[in-house]
Design a protein around this ligand. Structure first.
Ligand code: NAP
Length: 280
């Protein structure tokens, strides 16, 4: 089974579009997302453009605030504080990476946790790891939804997460624990990654290393979610050798067309959840 992230993301966006129409009929208002973009990073510009496009498509009011790369940190922090106070804004996202002179941690911690659609604020991180309601980082949330499409009951399964970043590996680990998986978290200092992967019922690869996971690293029937996006001479590839692993796996996400499309759909989902909580 190839887990079609494009199709599943489209279905999710359709569902969210309907939800917004319902919310509008109740409250006469719709969720609003403000994205702050600092500088001219080409990849960030594309991500922000897509976030705006898909937000508008489903009926979210979307605004992008752009600053030049040399903008002062205080200007950005003051704008976030202003947006925090604005009742019309449901979600705030500051596109990363930021220029070096701007403290990423300060920026993340200035966003009101209830408007932190990326789920990066320590309060949201803490709530997620304590099993409480929280904003969940968009990419791991997307991985989780794809995984559930492949296997409804994850309880007792052995999941191996490759990578321990705050963005992917760590929140993914929390989501798997919540589903009663037994989780092994691996990273660059892991002694025998192949051996760890060979024991896995589920593999989440979030590394940034092209085709790292090979066919003989996995056992038959494994479910593989590939988060990696790696530019190579032969195009974009994941962290998993798709041709080899798909012959052995029960289910696998392709790259592109797997996790990628889910990330933005989950951002839209988080924006709606923030709106709902603020209006409940
Ligand atoms: P990151 O912050 O660079 O973290 C990479 C993790 O992989 C680290 O924990 C690192 O270990 C570990 N690692 C590196 N080499 C390894 C190896 N040989 N064996 C085992 N572990 C290894 O990356 P990230 O932000 O999590 O992103 C990971 C990948 O996902 C990238 O390709 C990125 O482009 C992609 N991504 C995709 C989406 C999407 O929407 N699909 C969204 C975000 C990111 P240490 O902690 O020991 O350094």
């Amino acid at each position: 089974m190839i887990i079609d992230g494009k199709k599943i993301a489209l279905e999710l966006r359709e569902k969210l579009k309907k939800k917004i129409m319902e919310l509008k009929s109740f409250s006469n208002s719709v969720p609003a997302l403000t994205v702050i973009l600092v500088g001219e990073d080409p990849a960030s510009k594309i991500y922000v453009k897509n976030k705006e496009k898909f937000s508008k498509e489903i009926g979210i009011n979307s605004e992008v605030i752009k600053y030049p790369a040399n903008v002062g940190e205080k200007v950005v922090l003051d704008k976030i504080k202003e947006l925090n106070k604005n009742k019309k804004i449901s979600g705030i996202l500051v596109q990363l990476p930021l220029p070096k002179h701007i403290d990423k941690r300060k920026v993340i911690e200035t966003i009101l946790p209830s408007k932190d659609v990326d789920g990066f604020h320590p309060i949201n991180v803490g709530n997620l790891s304590s099993g409480y309601e929280s904003n969940i980082p968009c990419t791991p949330l997307g991985c989780y939804l794809l995984l559930k499409k492949a296997e409804k009951n994850l309880s007792g399964k052995h999941a191996v997460v490759i990578g321990r970043s705050n963005l992917n590996g760590k929140p993914m680990t929390q989501l798997l624990l919540k589903e009663n998986c037994t989780v092994t978290v691996t990273h660059s200092k892991t002694k025998d990654l192949k051996k760890e992967c060979n024991r896995a019922d589920i593999i989440i690869a979030a590394v940034g290393s092209p085709k790292l996971v090979k066919g003989d690293w996995v056992k038959k029937g494994v479910i593989v979610i590939d988060v990696g996006i790696n530019k190579t001479d032969s195009g974009i590839v994941g962290d998993v050798d798709f041709d080899e692993v798909s012959k052995v796996a029960k289910a696998i996400t392709p790259v592109p067309g797997g996790v990628g499309p889910m990330t933005i759909a989950c951002l839209l989902n988080n924006t709606i959840e923030c709106f709902k909580r603020a209006n409940s």
